[in-house]
Design a protein around this ligand. Structure first.
Ligand SMILES: *Cc1c(COP(=O)(O)O)cnc(C)c1O
Length: 351
């Protein structure tokens, strides 16, 4: 068809499977195995459907925004809210990566980064992680158009010390450095305090993992006021009302319950440590994880075989048939019961 010459053609990001079958054990997309805070349920029941006729408030002027600002001890002008961190990151790519020089990110990382770079026509170069899946700082000291990486990294779970991150930021004051902290609540230390020292640092967070609200689609970014202003200028040039009323309300309710948040994070960390011991006993090796997942390879059986066989046990984990990681499985930390079912299935498969 002739019109196809004018079409923007992209190879889309492929998310983990979302099987609709009941009773499966879903350890493939790093969702939280626990429900959101009971405060979220309470708020949901109080919501009045008639309010839906009205447009939502501007995200930066909402209760959710106020709560995030006070929670993190940042200024009102230092926050940007979006439809999950995917929306926040996508807007940040569009806003900040507008140079002819390549943007840098690791070869093994969140597989959405290259997709956004492609769709927005941003030049990029991937920088190979070392053999222990660590970021090599020296790779990020060359001239570039911006830098982005998750900390802890995904899908490896490897955490990079904030002092090392600071070195990268300090050496790149002429470009924006985005640190995607999707998994920071599972034991790592945030680089957030650096936003007041470096005006080129953007920290991105999500409610999808540690706050058990992937379905609500809430993400946010924090940074220097000027960075946030540019981000809002682009956002308000695309869609003024990205966040819906329900997500804004439920996100605020979630923020009211810090005790519950801390409780589910520490439960997941405890289950992760137990899982690490069990997986080691079963013959897996993996880098130490600071996420709600473990990225593991077995010393005898191929990852793809295990992946397929686990599916037959109705257990879904994540597998990528990609260079360097095609013998690894990314296993999300579920409840203790779910992990016990996983260990039992693995014992059978590996026997
Ligand atoms: C899950 C994830 C995101 C996106 O999460 P949202 O649900 O869009 O908030 C972003 N970055 C990384 C590294 C992730 O793993």
């Amino acid at each position: 068809m002739k019109w196809e010459d004018n079409v923007r053609k992209v190879v889309p990001y492929v998310a983990g499977e979302q099987p609709q079958k009941k009773g499966i054990i879903k350890l493939n997309t790093n969702e939280c195995p626990y429900p959101p805070s009971p405060k979220v349920e309470g708020r949901m029941k109080q919501m009045d459907y008639q309010d839906l006729r009205l447009y939502p408030e501007f995200s930066e002027k909402t209760m959710l925004s106020d709560m995030l600002v006070s929670y993190h001890g940042i200024g009102k002008e230092q926050i940007f809210i979006g439809v999950g961190s995917d929306d926040v990151l996508s807007m940040a790519f569009l806003t900040f990566f507008n140079s002819d020089k390549p943007v840098f990110f690791p070869d093994i990382t969140y597989s959405f980064y290259d997709v956004w770079a492609e769709v927005y026509g941003i030049p990029y170069e991937v920088k190979p992680l070392d053999d222990d899946f660590c970021i090599r700082r020296e790779d990020y000291l060359k001239e570039n158009g911006g830098i982005v990486f998750p900390n802890p990294n995904a899908p490896t779970g490897v955490f990079m010390d904030v002092s090392e991150i600071e070195e990268i930021i300090a050496a790149n004051r002429d470009v924006v450095v985005i640190v995607d902290e999707a998994y920071i609540d599972f034991g790592g230390t945030s680089a957030l305090p650096l936003i007041n020292k470096y005006d080129n640092l953007l920290i991105v967070r999500t409610f999808s993992k540690s706050r058990a609200m992937a379905g609500a689609r809430i993400g946010y970014a924090m940074g220097n006021e000027r960075l946030i202003r540019y981000l809002n200028d682009v956002k308000y040039s695309v869609n003024s009302y990205t966040m819906n009323r329900m997500a804004l309300e439920l996100g605020a309710a979630c923020m009211e319950d810090d005790a519950y948040f801390k409780e589910i994070c520490s439960k997941i960390i405890a289950t992760r440590e137990r899982t690490a011991k069990e997986l080691t006993a079963l013959g897996f090796t993996f880098p130490p994880s600071y996420g709600n997942f473990i990225f593991a390879a077995h010393n005898k059986v191929k990852a793809q075989d295990i992946f397929e066989k686990l599916k037959k046990h109705d257990i879904y984990v994540r597998y990528w048939n990609k260079p360097r990681i095609d013998n690894y499985l990314r296993i999300t930390i579920g409840t203790d019961e779910q992990m016990d079912a996983l260990f039992a299935a693995l014992r059978e498969i590996l026997a």
